[in-house]
Design a protein around this ligand. Structure first.
Ligand code: SF4
Length: 629
């Protein structure tokens, strides 16, 4: 194994030959290099994307802080090297290393991947290979790191089961400590790798795939998923933190310009609006908020620790944060006269108030984003994001009236029971919004329509439905191109092959691991980058493994089918999701459960935690008997 000094020497020879060498040197402000020898446990945290994207990932920052706050452990970072750097690293036999101490990933006790989305899977394999760690978990020896993955994509861990020793299901703040303690109690020499994995399987929220067996029927559907050892529970229920811990503030100040160069404070976790296509909303329940004081304090600390000029308040629907106006007003006062802009991603049309717009007015960019997702009231009922047309137009008018010149409208095509009329309505709604703008600010008004394609995600009410076929998607996109020829309406959409890739990987079963490995061996990586996505490699990989992609994407599921992710629980009951799906077919809307609880299952599972955190930080009712729908 190369020493840090040897890696350093080799790096000096090559760094000026690659793009943006600043990606590979570390030493940034607020990064932490702890003493290697005095740490009992060494954790390499990996974001399988380039530095420019990964360095601002909040999940990584939270884990980095949690581990480095411990006396007995250290955490260091690594990202995916860009294609030029990877090539030269392989030519010079430089294994992937961490930025803090330049140590090879293979020298750490834990290699922890943060994988928010599925198109990072091939990069994950590539990183293991570049680090000299066997990509298959079954081939790792006792002296090799324990490889763990977390992040939203792992809510269906099965496509990646062959490559991970364990998965963290849910939130990582507390479980990372349980994992470190467990591995300290079961150190190599004291316990075999198998014994260490069994110990991990006993931690709530940790899934060890090698300790489960999946039986299937002839047609490939699942007959049964069963644990092989007593330590492995029948169902692995997601882990949550009862009260959100103090947010990270000393963000790493990057060496180079990056994609999201801002300090992010998470104001709220979870969402209870219940949009039926939205996985994040279903898997991050219950809603827990930080107080305004806590958020303002964190924002001040973050600006002081980084000198950054943009603050972003993170949540799934910021305008639903109970004290959003007070927060934005307080921040505006605190930072009066200082060039700090405020970003409030994901505002809901029905809760973005005029006052909020007013307050945001002097600290904002030129564009305002609204996400109706569907253009007809009928479809918005079906997806449970009901807003009257009139309210969308009125909100648009108010936005233009406050001199925003561009409104970005997000839509999805391919929702269940969508008609071409519903698709056509997207074009007419865009034109109506533009017309509102022209009434207020004349020809300066612009609309940008972003059209993605619906993928039925695990653990949502729509997990039983199928994706649109390639032909259906192409027809709908062609119809929109034809209907939207106004040069003041910019149209962008998701490439069909990217939609299908996401669908295979998010709805996949264990057999998809072989497809991922084969596609990677054929050169697939950076699948999230259009110019690098190799569709032919994926097609060949499916063929070689005798699997039909349509089995995963274009096959509606019967009510009683066992899903590949059946043994992974978000605490939201499967029958609750099915009932909600049935209601969608009748266009029935379900209101925000802040107004009334629908007994989705969260409370019985986390009632102890709810009792521990009385008061309004949780948005589920205090533990009392919920009213039936
Ligand atoms: S328990 Fe009730 S209030 Fe809480 S998330 Fe579920 S439906 Fe909503």
């Amino acid at each position: 194994m190369l020493t840090p000094e040897q890696i350093e020497t080799r790096l000096e020879r090559i760094l000026l030959k690659v793009q943006k060498p600043g990606r590979y040197v570390g030493g940034e402000m607020n990064s932490l290099t702890k003493d290697w020898d005095s740490a009992q446990t060494r954790v390499a945290l990996v974001f399988p994307e380039i530095y420019d994207i990964g360095v601002s990932n909040v999940g990584m920052k939270i884990l980095y802080d949690q581990v480095n706050q411990r006396e007995d452990a250290l955490a260091e970072r690594a990202y995916a090297p860009w294609v030029d750097m990877e090539k030269i690293m392989r030519e010079n036999h430089i294994p992937l290393y961490t930025l803090e101490s330049r140590r090879p990933l293979s020298s750490f006790d834990i290699v922890g991947f943060s994988i928010p989305y599925e198109t990072l899977y091939t990069n994950t394999l590539n990183i293991l290979d570049l680090a000299g760690i066997p990509i298959l978990a079954a081939e790792r020896g006792d002296d090799e790191p324990i490889v763990i993955a977390g992040g939203h994509s792992t809510m269906n861990p099965e496509p990646m089961h062959a490559f991970m020793d364990a998965f963290v299901i849910g939130e990582g703040e507390e479980v990372i400590h349980d994992i470190i303690t467990s591995l300290q109690e079961n150190k190599p020499g004291r316990a075999s790798r198998g014994e260490r994995l069994k110990a991990l399987a006993g931690i709530p929220g940790v899934y060890v795939p090698s300790l489960y067996e999946v039986d299937t029927f002839e047609d490939g559907t699942i007959r049964r998923i069963r644990p092989l050892v007593p330590e492995a529970p029948e169902t692995v229920t997601k882990r949550i933190v009862a009260k959100l811990p103090p947010p990270p503030t000393d963000f790493i100040v990057p060496n180079i310009s990056i994609v999201h160069d801002r300090a992010t404070v998470e104001i709220m976790r979870g969402c209870t609006r219940g949009c039926r296509f939205c996985q994040a909303g279903m898997i991050t329940r219950p809603v827990r908020e930080r107080s305004v004081e806590e958020v303002v304090r964190a924002a001040e600390k973050a600006v002081a620790a980084t000198g950054i000029d943009e603050l972003s308040f993170l949540s799934l629907s910021s305008s639903d944060y109970t004290h959003i106006l007070e927060l934005v007003e307080t921040i505006s006062d605190r930072f009066k006269g200082r060039q700090i802009s405020i970003a409030l991603p994901s505002m809901r049309i029905e809760s973005v108030s005029i006052d909020l717009m007013e307050t945001l007015r002097e600290r904002r960019g030129t564009g305002f984003t609204l996400a109706p997702e569907a253009a007809t009231e009928r479809m918005r009922r079906i997806i449970n994001k009901y807003i009257p047309d009139s309210q969308i137009l009125e909100t648009a008018r108010e936005i233009y009236r406050r001199n925003w010149t561009t409104i970005k409208l997000y839509f999805m095509i391919g929702h269940p029971s969508e008609t071409l009329e519903d698709v056509k309505a997207i074009a007419s709604l865009c034109k109506q919004v533009l017309a509102e703008g022209r009434k207020v600010i004349g020809m300066k008004a612009r609309v940008h329509a972003g059209i993605s394609t619906f993928v039925p995600k695990p653990h949502t009410p729509f997990q039983w439905v199928s994706c649109d076929t390639v032909e259906q998607i192409m027809d709908k996109q062609a119809l929109l191109r034809q209907e939207l020829r106004d040069r003041n309406i910019k149209l962008s959409w998701t490439e069909t092959r990217d939609t299908l890739l996401e669908a295979w990987l998010t709805r996949g079963d264990r057999r998809i691991s072989r497809v991922i490995q084969a596609a990677w061996e054929k050169g697939a990586k950076f699948d999230a980058w259009g110019e690098h996505m190799r569709n032919e490699a994926w097609m060949e990989a499916f063929e070689e493994n005798g699997l039909a992609p349509s089995f995963y994407t274009h096959r509606p599921r019967p009510a009683d089918e066992i899903f590949p992710w059946e043994h992974i629980s978000t605490a939201v009951r499967k029958d609750y999701l099915y009932q909600d799906y049935r209601q969608s077919l009748d266009g029935q809307v379900r209101s925000d459960c802040r107004e009334q609880c629908f007994a989705c299952g969260i409370l019985p599972v986390f009632s102890d935690l709810r009792r521990e955190t009385p008061g309004e930080s949780w948005k589920c009712p205090e533990v009392r008997s919920p009213r039936q729908p």
